[in-house]
Write a protein that binds this ligand. Structure first.
Ligand code: NDP
Length: 309
């Protein structure tokens, strides 16, 4: 049974190589190359052209090539019975924890300020806070966020989390639901967003929520650009309420050359690289689902289409 990879703007050669190395006889087709669409029951997707899956009448599963599924679920044309799975991978999780720890340390030890000072040969020591004086709030403590929270906690920071449902994480107070959001925000000196993009979480980083953070708080968004109202962030930094932000994801990617974020001295930009799926490490779970589907077994790493993640 062939599989089809439906994507745009992404180099798929590493995925094809990983699939073929693990399963040499697998017939891998790349959309929109000519191939019989009615033979496809299992497809891989990343930013597919909206509506493309209507051409696959027998499709049963779409496997996202990453942890997020917002790019799949935003397509209203995917039939209800099609199951959606995603990547849950130890390397992806570790890379995200490394990246967030690096951003936090860079901010709290003012490393970007020393970089600027170096350019003007300025010797100016800055006072820094101890880790124990800083509370980091992780919004979304799922596969990625819970590991980020653990990594920061084991590095000596006070860490809190926020999720949809109550949960226990060692040494980490987890707030749950809309009713506990304010309490979570009020103590977060550094806010890390690791929520999935859903109807409930779109635009969640706005003047009201960010305004509830303590004065001089710092925002790290490594989830999706659509979580953030960009102008609200700029306004809160310029009014002196927020110290700045480190952003890895944007409403429009690549970030347009003339976007005000580029030149803003308190906003640090990375090009959506916080944690990138490594096909060699993620391919096993994709092939496991392919085999499970052929054998009518329940799939792994499924997302709830009702919840949107
Ligand atoms: P998960 O689905 O495992 O976790 C999502 C978390 O968010 C859960 O804790 C969930 O709560 C919580 N959540 C969801 N909706 C709400 C809500 N309305 N209110 C409060 N909490 C909510 O996702 P992952 O950790 O795997 O990934 C998170 C996101 O990170 C991805 O969707 C993707 O967009 C982004 N990402 C970014 C990358 C980058 O390089 N920048 C790389 C990979 C992913 P509960 O546990 O109660 O269900």
């Amino acid at each position: 049974m062939p599989i089809s990879i439906v994507s745009q703007g992404r180099d798929l050669s590493t995925w094809v190589k990983a699939l073929k190395e693990k399963k040499p006889d697998l017939d891998v087709r790349i959309y929109p190359d000519d191939h019989p669409r009615d033979e496809i029951t299992f497809a891989l997707a990343w930013n597919h052209p909206l509506g493309a899956f209507t051409q696959f009448p027998n499709l049963q599963c779409i496997s996202s090539l990453g942890a997020g599924v917002d790019h799949v679920l935003k397509d209203p044309n995917i039939p209800e019975q099609v199951q959606i799975s995603r990547i849950k991978d130890k390397n992806l999780t570790n890379d995200m924890a490394d990246f967030c720890l690096a951003q936090v340390l860079n901010y709290m030890r003012d490393l970007h300020k020393y970089k600027t000072a170096e350019q003007t040969h300025t010797w100016k020591p800055l006072r820094y806070k101890n880790k124990a004086e800083i509370t980091i709030g992780v919004m979304g403590v799922g596969a990625l966020g819970s590991e980020v929270a653990r990594r920061l906690s084991s590095n000596g920071f006070n860490v809190t989390g926020w999720a949809n449902s109550a949960k226990q994480l060692e040494s980490i107070k987890v707030y749950a639901g809309a009713e506990e959001l304010d309490s979570f925000l009020e103590t977060a000196d550094i806010l890390i967003c690791l929520l999935p993009l859903t109807q409930e979480t779109a635009d969640i980083l706005n003047k009201d929520t960010l305004g509830k953070l303590p004065k001089n708080a710092f925002v790290i968004n490594v989830a999706r650009g659509e979580h953030l109202i960009e102008q609200d962030l700029i306004d809160l930094i310029e009014s002196g309420h927020l110290a700045g932000a480190s952003l890895d994801v944007f409403r429009e990617e690549p970030l347009p050359e003339k976007h005000p974020f580029w030149a803003h001295p308190s906003i640090k930009i990375t090009p959506h690289i916080a944690s990138v799926t490594n096909p060699a490490s993620a391919v096993d779970q994709v092939l496991e689902n392919y085999d499970r589907l052929q054998n009518s077994k329940p799939l792994i790493n499924l997302v709830s289409r009702t919840k949107g993640y």
